[in-house]
Design a protein around this ligand. Sequence first.
Ligand code: SF4
Ligand code: FE
Length: 481
Amino acid sequence: MMTKEQYIESLRKLNLNLYRFGQKVENVVDDPIVRPSLNSFAATYELAEDPQYEDLMTATSNLTGKKVNRFTHLHQSTDDLIRKVKMQRLLGQKTAACFQRCVGMDAANAVYSTTYETDEACGTTYFENFKKFWTMVQEEDLAVDGAMTDVKGDRGLSPSKQADPDLFLHVVERTADGVYVTGAKAHQTGYLNSHYVLVMPTISMRPGDEEYAISFACPTDAEGITLILGRQSCDTRKLEEYNDIDVGNKVYGGHEVLVIFDRVFIPNDMIFLNGETQFAGMMVERFAGYHRQSYGGCKVGVGDVLIGATALSVEMAGCAKASHVKDKIIEMTHLNETLYACGIACSSQGTQTKSGNYLIDLLLANVCKQNVTRFPYDIARLAQDLAGGLMVTQPSEADYRNPATHDYIEKYLKGVASVPTEDRMRVLRLIENMTMGTAAVGYLPESMHGAGSPQAQRIMIARQGNLEMKKQLAKAIARID
Ligand code: SF4
Ligand code: FE
């Protein structure tokens, strides 16, 4: 496995074609806007080096028999699924941000089982292709971005009916050696910190959408790929002269990019689906299921930090003992642990796929994610309630450092006498960061839309809810024939 330092150095060799704030970024690794997200990603390497986390952070590969980072593991049991969620909670606690590496792990597990079943039905060789690719990923401990979400254009039209054919990524030319693809993937978490991208279709496909039923992997810096960084609320605070207190979380963060493929060549042995429209839905459903499970880990770990910050803020203000304050902290904990319970539940009820790896219980994973679309918002509301208005009105770090205003801020922003004013400012900025700033992207709208928007889970809950069986139960009790 790679050390954290080896991982960071390996990223320097990539030649990413990235634009941000209107300019080409020449040094992505050291870019002040991108770097916090790299630090979060690097934590997945760093913690795997730490013996105390070995059980959570590493696993034994079914492909090679060797020890691998769990973020590259193909889950071999329900115990693996549970450890995955615990690992994600741990990383959320350590970074208070999105650490990005789960997407590739979830994509790999979905593609592994789907290629197996596609080959079985269609006589293709995608499973072998994928195993070869993923063995390399495990052996070299590579970082892989999983790319599903197309930009989608007119939501009322299927891929092949769009006015612009590129609004869903598709094959534009076939040769004996492979295919050329064009299109774009949106909201790509962790792309800039990854060596490879694993692309999947974004929705179930019908006959007629063959060119769009495409899954493959390629290097993140492949020829023809252009990247445009997404903005985050308060992102330019990272560029200010004083960028410690005001950023809230100086070391860690996340990022999303728009990834544009303009006639990118994909060789045959890196293709994992190519026109078998009937299997696009399976790949989508399984990836989404795994990522909906993931949120029952990562968001809970981030929630732990937010609950901790809120508890500190009320202590620093001297109101920690008020009964309604204590009750609100209890409510935050209850909500957060409910998410964790869902993450653990869908893992423990997982089952083996035909390919041998384990899939979560899809109904429970969708219930997990549906709760994630709500509870972090409730937790954030309670955090803002308890933190008070100073969270958004306190002066800047620059004013705090300026001798002309420092003493006034020191004096009038004081809470409990024994607590340094600067500590209080730091905690309030952390709460601001997590509920309104750069980290809120990951904690709130991503909880809403990541791994599918709320309605996507409701469709799955409707499908998996087994209403007929429940009607039979009622009929039996009511003595209806
Ligand atoms: Fe991992 Fe959570 Fe980020 Fe998804 S949102 S990549 S599950 S940390
Ligand atoms: Fe996500």
